[in-house]
Design a protein around this ligand. Structure first.
Ligand code: BTN
Length: 259
């Protein structure tokens, strides 16, 4: 049977986290969880506060794109107050947390496409948007925005069908958003708490990126490059080997596999 609306009480019930998801602000529908998260963070909301919506009417994607968040998908934002040195790791830990949770709840194997898309069988199942407010090397707040295509049929969204998928399309049945969200919150906290003790998050993220070793097109702002995606640096940037042999660092952009 299809799941109805999400229940914040069911998500929080016995949730094994210290702070992530201990406060959940839920909306059946709203323009974007990012806006509410920003407002809450500016008012000093507790670290780990989650803004969750069953449906967004003006979901925000990276690079000012629109993100479709119909009913049946997951749209949430998590408020954090990390040290500035951990900012680059937020992209890494969020995509890993999604990949781990999708695997644990559905058994589906996912890949990470630089910088922060989670793919299944080469198609995007999750988009991540990290926003932060930093002044004088102090992070006022950071927000992890996570959108997962769960129980929507992508055949209803022909514009994104060629490049996107959903968990239900991959599984041939619906997946439990409740289980996924609970796993995800636990996993985000677990990975976040490992940041001060080593490089495990960076190393696993690097090793799961499908883009590496491939010939790619990269668009970054107004620039376009073609080369071999050689590696990713600890600050999250992509190292691209151009045909003239030089290695360039791409801080933000979009990658398309060439063949
Ligand atoms: C992307 O791949 O372009 C990033 C998409 C991020 C979407 C999520 S859904 C929850 C949060 N609220 C938003 O408006 N956007 C992010």
């Amino acid at each position: 049977m299809a799941e109805g609306n999400l229940s914040p009480a069911s998500i929080a019930d016995g949730l094994e986290t210290r702070f992530i998801g201990q406060r959940i602000i839920y909306y059946p529908t709203l323009p974007s969880t990012m806006e509410v998260a920003r407002r809450e963070a500016r008012q000093g909301a507790e670290e780990g506060t989650v803004i969750l919506a069953d449906e967004q009417t003006a979901g925000k994607g990276r690079l000012k794109r629109v993100w479709l968040s119909p009913k049946g998908s997951i749209a949430l934002s998590v408020i954090l107050y990390p040290s500035v040195v951990y900012l680059p790791s937020l992209i890494m830990l969020t995509s890993l947390a999604v990949a781990h949770s999708v695997g644990a709840v559905t058994g589906l194997k996912s890949q990470i496409k630089w910088p922060n898309d989670v793919l299944i069988n080469g198609r995007k199942v999750c988009g991540i948007l990290i926003e932060s407010d930093v002044s004088k090397k102090v992070v006022n707040y950071a927000i992890l925005g996570i959108g997962i295509n769960v129980n929507q049929r992508l055949s209803h969204f022909p514009d994104i069908l060629p490049t996107a998928t959903s968990l239900s399309d991959e599984l041939g049945r619906d997946a439990s958003r409740l289980d996924l969200i609970r796993h995800l919150l636990v996993e985000i906290e677990r990975l976040y708490l490992t940041l001060p003790v080593g490089e495990a998050v960076y190393e696993e993220w690097r090793d799961r990126i499908v883009t590496l070793g491939n010939r790619v097109h990269v668009s970054s702002g107004k620039s376009r490059y073609e080369g071999v995606a050689e590696s990713v640096a600890r600050d999250g940037s992509l190292l691209l080997r151009l045909s003239n042999g030089s290695l360039i660092k791409i801080v933000a952009g979009d990658v398309t596999l060439r063949d």
